[in-house]
Ligand binder design. Structure first.
Ligand code: ADP
Ligand code: ZN
Ligand code: ZN
Length: 802
C-alpha cells in the first residue's frame, strides 16, 4: 500500500481527478488518508490531500511525495467522502470542496511549531531536541534524524501539539482617541478667530469646550455627524490632539458567563422534544422541522436535546445565521455547556478560527456553534445537528462550492445516524412542504413561553400619508408613538428594508443617474467620504458637483439609505438618540456587538438598521418596532420576494415586547393589500404558506420545481449571447420533455467588472442525470474557458438570481 492517491491543489477542471504518488519509506508508517502532502506537479511543488492508499497503480513511473504537512489527518474519512459528495452535488472541483471544509490557516503557508502540552517525558531523541524548551520550530525537527512515526506517536498521545504561528488579533485592538490640546478658554478664543463659514469646526470646538475630555474619534464622528477631516483640521491648528489607545476585549469571555440549568419545559416544548430525544436514543436519522413563533423557547429545546447527546458521549453541531451569532446567542450555549463549546464565527481572526477548529479536532469540545461552514466540523460521533432560523439564505454558499448547509447537514445526519433539527418561526416553503408530506417530522410551538401575546401589528398605508400632505418617510402615527416611547424611557427598533434601494445620485434636470463605468449598476453615495462607490467592483469617484450630461448643478442624491433616514429622524425628533446599524457601521470587527451593547445599555432610544437587526435580538426595553418600507423587496426580480417579505416582517415583529412590557409594531407600506404583508401582520403562516404554494405551482418554482441557473460571462457581448444560446440548445436536446429551459436572458445585473452576463434557467422535476449533462456540456466549452477567459458558472437551487 505504498502508493497514495492525491487530490492536488490545482483549481482546474482538467485536473479534477486523483494523481498517484509513491510514498517514500520515511513516510510509510505515518501517512494516512486525510493528510496534506507536498507533491511535485509538473515543474512545481504543490499541496494535495491524500484520499487513499493503494498498492498498485496503472502508471509505471510514479513520483515521490516530497513532504507530509500533517501528522494527524485534518480530514476524517467521513469528511473525505463528504467532499466528494459536495463536489458532485454542486458541480465543483474536489479540491475546492475539500478546501471549504478547513480553516483558512490550513490553506496557506504558515510557520509551524511543536509545543509541549504535558509534563510527560518524551523519547530520548525528542527530549534532546526540545532541550528543556517548551516549544521549537518545526524546521528543527525536520533537520534532525528522528522518525516521523515517533513524533506522530507523541502527538497522538497528546504530549506534543503542532501549532501554526498565526497572530491572534482579537484581544488587542487600537482605537484612535481625540482630546482637546488646550484649555477651554483657549478654545473659545480660537473659535472667534475661525472664519464664519467654518461651521463644522466650530461645532467640534463647542463640543470640547463643553466636554473637556477624550473621546474615540469614531464616537465623535457619529455623535456630531462630523468627519475625520474636520478633526484633522483642528489637530493641525494645535487645538485638538489625537492619540491611540489599546482596548482589550474578548467577546466570549467564558468565565464571566453565568451558568444556566435546564428549564422546566412547557407542555408544547415537551411534545416537541420527545420524538427528538427518541431519535437520539435510537440512533435514528430523522429530520425535524421545529416551527415555533419567536419567543416560543426553541433554543431551550435545542439545549436540552444537546444535553442528551452529550450525556451519550456524542457531539452536537448548531448552525445559526452569521449575523445572529451575537454574544447574546453564544452565551446561551456557553451558559449551559461552558467550555465544551467551540464557536466558529467569521469575525474571528484566522488564528482564532484555527484555534477553535483545533479544539474540535482534538475532541476538547462536544458542541460547536457556528455559521454555515461549521457544518464541516471534524467531529466523529455526531449525535445531533441543529439549524436555527433554517429559512436564512446565508446557509447557501454563494461561491464554489455552492452548497446549502441544510443539505450537507442531512447528508451528515445520515452518515452518523442522528437527528437533524431545523428551527424557524417562518420555515421555508421547501421545508414546510416536506413536513406537510411527512418527509420531515413537524413539531409546532405556537405560544410564547411567557404567555405574552405576539405584539399587535398595524399596517400603515403610506399613500394615505402622502395624500394628507406628509412627505416624510415617517407616518404621523409612528412619529407620535416614537416620541411617546422616548418620553416613557422605552426603546424603539426601526427597520429600513433596504434591499432593492440604494442611495444614488441623480440629476434633477435631465434625470441622469451616475453609473459604474464597469458594471451596469448605479453607484452608491457614501456620505462620510462624500464619494460614489460601486458595490460590485471596487470602483469609486468623487461626487460630481455638476451633471456630466447636461452641466446642470442640480445634481442630488436620492434613495433611502440608512444615513438619510438617520438624518431625517434626528430632524423630526431632535431629542432622540439614534444608533445606526448597517453594513457601513458594522464593517469593523466587533462593531456589531458594540452597537448592540450600547443599545442594551440604553445609551440610545432608537436602533435604526437594515435586515441585520431583525434577527435574534432580545431587549426587554423595546416596546415599539417600526418597519419603514415593508414593500421595497416585493418588486425585486426574485420569486422568493413575497416569502422574504413575510419572513422579515415576522422576524422583526418578534423583537417587540418579549418581556413584561407589551409591544407594538407599525408596518409602513405602499402596498397594504399584498398578501405577504397582510398575512404577516396576522401572524398567519399557514395561509401564507397555502397562498404562496399556489403561486409557486402556477409559475413553476420551488418547491414544485427544482432550479438550475447557468450564468455565462465574457467581455464580448456577442460571444456571451451566442455561448448561452448554444448551451440552451444542447440542454434542450438532453432534458425531459416537461423540463423547462429558459434563455438566453440578460442577468438582472447585465454587466459586472466589464464582463457581460447572460443566463439560462432550467426548471425541472426529475432529471437524475442533470449533473452529468451539465458537466459534459461545460466540457465542450473547456477550450474557450481555458484560453479565452470565458466563465460559465452553474448554481443548483440558486438563492440569488443575480
Ligand atoms: P425562540 O428561540 O423560540 O425565539 P427563546 O428560546 O429565545 O425562543 O425563548 C424565549 C424566552 O423564553 C427566553 O428568555 C427563554 O429563556 C424563555 N424560556 C424558554 N423556555 C422556557 C421554559 N420552559 N420556561 C420558562 N422560560 C422559558
Ligand atoms: Zn443633467
Ligand atoms: Zn463597478
Amino acid at each position: 500500500m505504498n502508493i497514495a492517491k492525491v487530490i492536488v491543489d490545482v483549481p482546474a477542471s482538467s485536473i479534477n481527478q486523483t494523481f498517484d504518488y509513491s510514498i517514500p519509506i520515511k513516510f510509510q508508517e505515518i501517512l494516512e488518508p486525510g493528510m496534506r502532502v507536498i507533491v511535485p506537479f509538473g515543474p512545481r511543488k504543490i499541496m494535495g490531500f491524500v484520499v487513499e492508499r493503494v498498492s498498485e497503480s496503472s502508471f509505471d513511473k510514479l513520483k515521490d511525495i516530497l513532504d507530509v504537512l500533517d501528522l494527524t489527518p485534518v480530514l476524517t474519512k467521513e469528511l473525505l467522502e463528504l467532499g466528494k459528495w459536495v463536489a458532485h452535488e454542486t458541480l465543483s472541483l474536489s479540491i475546492t470542496a475539500l478546501q471549504a471544509m478547513l480553516p483558512q490557516v490550513l490553506k496557506s503557508k504558515y510557520k509551524k511549531e511543536l509545543v509541549r502540552m504535558t509534563d510527560a517525558s518524551l523519547p530520548t531523541e525528542l527530549e534532546h531536541l526540545f532541550a528543556g524548551r517548551d516549544s521549537i520550530d518545526y524546521e528543527e525537527f525536520e533537520h534532525v534524524n528522528i522518525s516521523y512515526y515517533q513524533l506522530q506517536k507523541v502527538i497522538q498521545a497528546g504530549d506534543i501539539s503542532v501549532d501554526y504561528l498565526v497572530q491572534s488579533k482579537i484581544t488587542k485592538k487600537q482605537i484612535l482617541m481625540v482630546k482637546p490640546a488646550r484649555e477651554s478658554y483657549f478654545l473659545e478664543e480660537a473659535m472667534i478667530d475661525l472664519p464664519k463659514n467654518a461651521k463644522k469646526q466650530k461645532q467640534l470646538l463647542t463640543y470640547f469646550i463643553e466636554n473637556h475630555s477624550s473621546i474615540s474619534q469614531k464616537e465623535l464622528v457619529n455623535k456630531l455627524q462630523t468627519t475625520p477631516g474636520t478633526i484633522k483640521n483642528l489637530v493641525d491648528k494645535g487645538l485638538l490632539e489625537t492619540f491611540k489607545t489599546e482596548i482589550f476585549r474578548n467577546p466570549y469571555d467564558d468565565d464571566s458567563i453565568e451558568r444556566t440549568t435546564p428549564l422546566e419545559l412547557t407542555e408544547e416544548q415537551r411534545q416537541a422534544i420527545e420524538p427528538i430525544h427518541d431519535a437520539i436514543d435510537r440512533n435514528q436519522h430523522d429530520v425535524f422541522l421545529l416551527h415555533g413563533v419567536t419567543g416560543s423557547g426553541k433554543t431551550e429545546v435545542y439545549l436540552q436535546a444537546i444535553q442528551k447527546v452529550i450525556n451519550k458521549g456524542e457531539e452536537a453541531i448548531v448552525l445559526v445565521p452569521e449575523i445572529a451569532l451575537t454574544p447574546q446567542m453564544v452565551n446561551r450555549f456557553k451558559g449551559r455547556f461552558g467550555k465544551s463549546v467551540a464557536v466558529m464565527h467569521s469575525a474571528l481572526s484566522a488564528g482564532e478560527k484555527y484555534d477553535e477548529w483545533q479544539r474540535i479536532h482534538r475532541k476538547e469540545v462536544q458542541v460547536v456553534v457556528g455559521a454555515r461552514s461549521a457544518i464541516f466540523a471534524p467531529f466523529e460521533n455526531i449525535g445531533i445537528i441543529i439549524i436555527d432560523e433554517e429559512h436564512e439564505t446565508t446557509y447557501k454558499q454563494e461561491d464554489q462550492p455552492r452548497y446549502h448547509a441544510r443539505d450537507v447537514a442531512i447528508h451528515r445526519g445520515e452518515n452518523h445516524n442522528c437527528p437533524v433539527v431545523l428551527g424557524s418561526a417562518t420555515p421555508t416553503l421547501e421545508s414546510y412542504a416536506r413536513a406537510a408530506k411527512g418527509v420531515y417530522k413537524l413539531a409546532t410551538l405556537s405560544k410564547r413561553t411567557n404567555d405574552q401575546p405576539m405584539p399587535n401589528i398595524e399596517i400603515i398605508d403610506m399613500r394615505a400619508e402622502l395624500h394628507a400632505g406628509n412627505r416624510t418617510m415617517f407616518s404621523r402615527k409612528l412619529k407620535e408613538r416614537m416620541e411617546q416611547c422616548i418620553r416613557n424611557g422605552e426603546q424603539v427598533v426601526l427597520l429600513l428594508n433596504r434591499r432593492g434601494y440604494s442611495t444614488f445620485v441623480m440629476c434633477r434636470d435631465c434625470g441622469h443617474v451616475k453609473e459604474c463605468p464597469h458594471c451596469d449598476i448605479a453607484l452608491t453615495f457614501h456620505k462620510n467620504s462624500n464619494r460614489l462607490k460601486c458595490h460590485y467592483c471596487s470602483y469609486e469617484e468623487m461626487v460630481p458637483t455638476i451633471c456630466p450630461e447636461c452641466s446642470s448643478d442640480l445634481i442630488r442624491y436620492f434613495g433611502t439609505g440608512t444615513q438619510r433616514v438617520e438624518e431625517a429622524l434626528t430632524e423630526l425628533i431632535p431629542e432622540a438618540r439614534v444608533l445606526r446599524m448597517d453594513v457601513d457601521t458594522t464593517r469593523r470587527k466587533g462593531s456589531h456587538e458594540r452597537i448592540l451593547k450600547e443599545f442594551g445599555d440604553k445609551k440610545a432610544d432608537i436602533l435604526l438598521g437594515t435586515q441585520m437587526i431583525a434577527k435574534g435580538l432580545d431587549f426587554e426595553n423595546v416596546t415599539l418596532v417600526g418597519v419603514l418600507t415593508a414593500d421595497s423587496m416585493l418588486h425585486l426580480p426574485d420569486f422568493r420576494s413575497s416569502e422574504k417579505t413575510f419572513q422579515l416582517l415576522t422576524q422583526v415583529s418578534g423583537r417587540a415586547g418579549r418581556h413584561e412590557l407589551t409591544g407594538e409594531v407599525f408596518v409602513q407600506t405602499y402596498t397594504p393589500d399584498h398578501y405577504s404583508i397582510k398575512l404577516a401582520s396576522e401572524y398567519n403562516f399557514l395561509d401564507f404558506y397555502k397562498q404562496e404554494m399556489g403561486m409557486r405551482k402556477k409559475f413553476q418554482y420551488p418547491p414544485y420545481y427544482f432550479l438550475a441557473l447557468i450564468t455565462v460571462s465574457h467581455e464580448n457581448k456577442v460571444k456571451v449571447v451566442q455561448t448561452t444560446q448554444r448551451m440552451v440548445q444542447l440542454l434542450i436536446k438532453k432534458v425531459n420533455q416537461n423540463t423547462v429551459v429558459l434563455g438566453p436572458t440578460p442577468s438582472p445585473i447585465p454587466r459586472i467588472k466589464d464582463r457581460y452576463r447572460y443566463q439560462c434557467m432550467i426548471k425541472y422535476r426529475n432529471e437524475p442525470n442533470l449533473r452529468t449533462f451539465l458537466n459534459k456540456i461545460i466540457d465542450q466549452f473547456s477550450d474557450e474557458i481555458k484560453k479565452d477567459n470565458l466563465l460559465i458558472s452553474v448554481d443548483l437551487q440558486p438563492y440569488h438570481l443575480m
